[in-house]
Design a protein around this ligand. Structure first.
Ligand SMILES: Nc1ncnc2c1ncn2[C@@H]1O[C@H](COP(=O)(O)OP(=O)(O)O)[C@@H](O)[C@H]1O
Ligand SMILES: [Mg+2]
Length: 296
């Protein structure tokens, strides 16, 4: 939850933020950063540095260890604090405690922007459960503090691709900003496809495969985790948004075509099962659309 970070932010002065940022930068090098390394990089004496660190420890933003050597490391709350500190010019922090979803690799919070609009903060929390499927597709990082680093990389990777998809006109939530392991994006008004009751399922099916093909041909990206859980639909307007691009692959990846086919098959099967549309009809529309895109 984000309460820890939200209450910490108002208690921080510049020197505390500087120490947290330094601990983040050194995550890749040490599991626990030695006090002398922190003191020298901050240009302070060890005693002064220790006071800052103790202050951060009281708020649970960092942890220490005394065995072998005196060292410190960032906690999840510390990373949340850094990210929210960076995003606070865009969002109302007091409006962000509403967690709407706990997923296998991320928590989703709804929040209000300082412009009054609704936004989503997707907060990566890799390492929380077993990720054998994720690991198979992503490089593994060496350090144990690696989950914090991997979560930040995953957020950056999804933000970059959302930006590209948005720019080429694929229907995705508009990405706003990225900070460490968090992505700030537009809140889209709808429900997941599996929960919706559609009046024109065939037309929605067409829209989904169209958007997926647009992503494949214009942004050169395969979603690779497409299903009725990662499509949001506004039932009144039948507008759709494809979300959760965390597992995307470039279209020149060896497995890209297989994943593309798998994505399409998930959608075909969903419409067949839920709306009882004939499989051959759905596959026919799919092949026609693929052919039409090929002619572009
Ligand atoms: N931009 C958004 N607007 C509205 N709801 C969203 C948005 N992004 C995510 N959600 C909600 O959060 C859920 C999980 O988000 P998702 O990106 O799929 O993460 P996960 O990796 O947990 O599946 C979605 O199924 C949806 O209900
Ligand atoms: Mg999802």
């Amino acid at each position: 939850m984000l309460e820890c970070a939200i209450s910490a932010i108002s208690m921080l002065r510049q020197k505390h933020v500087k120490a947290l940022k330094l601990l983040y930068r050194l995550l890749r090098r040490y599991e626990y950063v030695p006090i002398h390394a922190l003191a020298s990089k901050l240009g302070m004496k060890a005693d002064t540095t220790r006071k800052i660190l103790e202050y951060l420890m009281n708020m649970e933003l960092i942890e220490s260890r005394k065995r072998d050597y005196e060292g410190y490391k960032l906690t999840w709350c510390g990373l949340d604090t850094l990210a929210l500190h960076k995003l606070r010019n865009l969002i109302e922090l007091k409006e962000i405690s509403h967690r709407i979803n706990v997923g296998k690799e991320a928590d989703i919070y709804a929040c209000r922007g300082i412009d009054g609009r609704l936004y989503i903060v997707k907060t990566y929390r890799l390492g929380r459960t077993s990720f054998s499927k994720v690991k198979a597709k992503r490089p593994i990082y060496e350090t144990t503090a690696g989950w914090l680093v991997m979560s930040s990389k995953a957020a950056k990777r999804e933000f970059q691709i959302l930006t590209k998809l948005w720019e080429v006109g694929v229907s995705v939530p508009k990405p706003i900003a990225h900070a460490y392991h968090m992505i700030l994006m537009e809140f889209v008004p709808g429900r997941e496809l599996y929960k919706a009751r559609l009046k024109n399922p065939l037309s929605v099916f067409r829209t989904i495969i169209n958007e997926t093909l647009k992503a494949y041909t214009k942004a050169e990206i395969v979603h690779a985790d497409l299903s009725e859980y990662n499509v949001i639909i506004n039932e009144a307007t039948e507008d759709i948004w494809i979300i959760d691009w965390s597992q995307w692959l470039p279209s020149d990846h060896l497995e890209a075509e297989n994943y593309f086919r798998k994505d399409m098959e998930n959608i075909v099967k969903f419409f067949h099962k839920k709306y009882r549309i004939d499989l051959n009809t759905l596959r026919g529309i799919l092949e026609d659309t693929i052919r039409a895109f090929g002619k572009d």
